[in-house]
Design a protein around this ligand. Sequence first.
Ligand SMILES: Nc1ncnc2c1ncn2[C@@H]1O[C@H](COP(=O)(O)OP(=O)(O)OP(=O)(O)O)[C@@H](O)[C@H]1O
Ligand SMILES: C[C@@](O)(CCOP(=O)(O)OP(=O)(O)O)CC(=O)O
Length: 380
Amino acid sequence: EMQEEEQVRKITCCAPINIAIIKYWGKLCEVENLPLNSSFSITLNYHDLCTTTTVTTAPSYVKDQVYVNDLWQDINENPRLKVCFEEMRRLARKQAISENAAAKELMSCSKKIHVQSVNNFPTKAGLASSASGYAALTFALGQLLGVKGDLSGVARRGSGSACRSMCGGFVEWLKSEESKNSTAKQFVDETHWPELRVFILVVSSKQKSFGSTVGMQRSVETSALLKHRIENIVPHRIKVLKQAVLEKDFCLFAEICMKESNQLHAICMDTFPPLRYLNNVSEKIMNFVYSYNERCGSTRVAYTFDAGPNAFLFTLAPFAEDLANQIYQVFPPSKDCTDTFFKTTEEFSFPNGKIVPDVTDCGLIEYVICTKPGPGPQIV
Ligand SMILES: Nc1ncnc2c1ncn2[C@@H]1O[C@H](COP(=O)(O)OP(=O)(O)OP(=O)(O)O)[C@@H](O)[C@H]1O
Ligand SMILES: C[C@@](O)(CCOP(=O)(O)OP(=O)(O)O)CC(=O)O
């Protein structure tokens, strides 16, 4: 029994979500999640939003098991989960062989693994849980099996956007016809632009939007605008965005960010039948951003939307408090949510608990998560 106990190994890791500024929309290869265009994202602080994944091996385990938020997952029915396990074991074996490992170590690559994964945010809210989920799984398996090197290509197999969550800060995911070259690379780390703040406006909506995987498939088949974007717009936009990030030029950053979001949703409308991810609250948020900037006489806030109605707003630290107050005025919480409307670890005097303004449109936004850029996956 002593010996059995010694062979139990357990590692816990967490991984962040990321928000794309230059959007990934369209695949060259469905099986490998190879993108038609390069994309660029910002990894968000895992203290605010993360997936925490524990992987365990023990002599008594007879098969792999995965639980997400305490729900059992059928690995055989989920090719994305399955391929992450297969790829990680393949890399572990390859490494063991190249290091002339003993037979015992080679054997350990096939040990059965139990996975417990939890998201510290609502999985159904459309907050990129697949990105943090597959990044955490890949990273944790890498730690358990001792696999060295870049594992973003494995996370990519789980979900395309997950590869970008394998790096911290500002990240580029390169397009390539070759699987081994379509990986995520850090452009600059999370300390590069310390003033940058992110507000995630979770829009109340029960409607489940059309998944990204099938959505982009339909766009590739039917949208001529997608083809134009990939060939003529994205390459130049990534170059300009990188310059804006390097120079911390918020005005230029904001323009590219909003134009990219608009283009993604224009392509969705150009898709046939069209894909509609934004709702009337999303539209109101966009109008709010433009009129706020107008009133300030300069660009202080930018929005971006993925395949859902939630808004990701960017601003700079000196404006964060005022922006929070404006959000509270224009999109007041419903009466029972005033104390928990802003979810923040910052020490701003956010208007939590203030009296709800007398307007009829309360509760259009369910809650707001205040965060900033953060590092990549960590061992807990
Ligand atoms: N912690 C986790 N570990 C492993 N897989 C997860 C985890 N959380 C979510 N997933 C996987 O991600 C899927 C949800 O991804 P889905 O693409 O529907 O939503 P999303 O990630 O919020 O949106 P998007 O990927 O479009 O940004 C779940 O069905 C599950 O398979
Ligand atoms: C709109 C997006 O969020 C699309 C994300 O798509 P996914 O990465 O969820 O798709 P799969 O590769 O099929 O899992 C834009 C982005 O994150 O770049």
